[in-house]
Design a binder for this molecule. Sequence first.
Ligand SMILES: Cc1ncc(COP(=O)(O)O)c(C=O)c1O
Length: 467
Amino acid sequence: MKYVSTRGGISPTSYEETLFSGYAPDGGLYMPETIPKLADLTIEQWKLAKLSYPQVVEKIVRLFVTEEEITDQELTDAVERAYEKFNAAEKVGFKDLKSPNGKSFVLAQLYHGRTVSFKDYALSLAGQFIDHFSKKRKTRTVILVGTSGDTGSAAMDAVKGLRLVDIVVLYPKGKISQVQELQMTSYLDKNIHVYAVEGSSDDLDVPIKECFPQHNVTSINSISWTRVMIQIAHYVYFYLREGNEIDVFVPTGAAGNITAGIIARLLGIPINLFCATNVNDNVEIFFNSGVYEMGGVVEETPANAMDIRYPYNVERIFYLFTDAETTLNIVTKDKSHISAATKSKISNSVRGTFKAETSLIYDTLKHTWELNHFMICPHTATAVAYYDRCSSSVAKTVYIIATASPLKFPESIEKAGISSNLWNAYELRDQLQSTPKIIPEVMRKGTDWRQTLQAKIDEILNRSLQE
Ligand SMILES: Cc1ncc(COP(=O)(O)O)c(C=O)c1O
């Protein structure tokens, strides 16, 4: 499988190249040349084989990465290492719950990784792949990550201690939860570098984007194809577990999560997608009207990892349903000229979308707790709120993706009026507070963030390979 850019300005390239370059050189996002369609027989065989989560991940990666780049044995070993430290034997947990109005659903707990958000699932394996290739390349690599809260720690955990890989993480100062900040300052490894930026999560993507393309500098944000690719496995795994068509409700921010679901559908997996956002609703507008409207004032919400107004993965969705020329035109020139046919393809790629107001997120947290005595996180609550009032849900079984553990957001949950004593809310915070921390450098408003970042990249890349 070769890779191309959503904007059509590059020759087909290897998977390794996508892993090590963040954005494509023409500013687009990498995509596989084709999305294979699985034969019905293959899906049946996978179903009968009762594949485990790691086995599903292997099958999906094998569709998109050739054996010349990663052999079967290397892939099996990388997958095993990536998920060995997860804290549930099955890696993903499932729990039957009821929404506030008493509707049943299966909560797919994608938070049994080491930093307890769904980012761990893709990034742990991405870290293994980066390690694999950087040993072959015999070069130092810098990974740049801008995080709205969860990606940072998951990425740090995935690459901590690697000898040829350094990671530089930028997070929005004062705009993430206490646990998220404690997690990101808990890594004392010398290949990990952290900056607290005086701006929003969209603001800090600007200097990061300015540092691309650059030799040996990459990213494992959801601009990274690897993130999207591994997340496809989540949807396939849910479907195989169930054996019948399912509805999946998806909390969405930068649209990486929903893009993976759309690709799972294109592979031939019978799922219906329902996309939930918080009040930062660019994705909701995109699916409802096919309008490519990026930017706007980021509003802070309890679902802070979704406080995003540049959901860059919608560029991948345009590409999936049009072509590189049309995508380039829409994203760089004339966003008002999107044909009715394209709009309709985009709207039809999901069954529906929903914007959860902040008060509704709090209400949903409270009522879901009261009904189930089981806590969900504020991001997950956007999807539960949607399902609770959704009349177009079609399949017999509904899965809702739980993207993070509630233990990451005790303060927000307390604001919903649920006493922290009821559910041991501060367990993770207390645990994190008991270990040594680093003090992150601050990128101050009004200073040149790009220059600071570039100086750090140069310092890392100039270190000898033996250090
Ligand atoms: C907890 C949580 N939920 C949901 C999302 C949304 O995922 P995506 O940005 O891929 O749409 C994120 C990531 O930003 C997250 O960290």
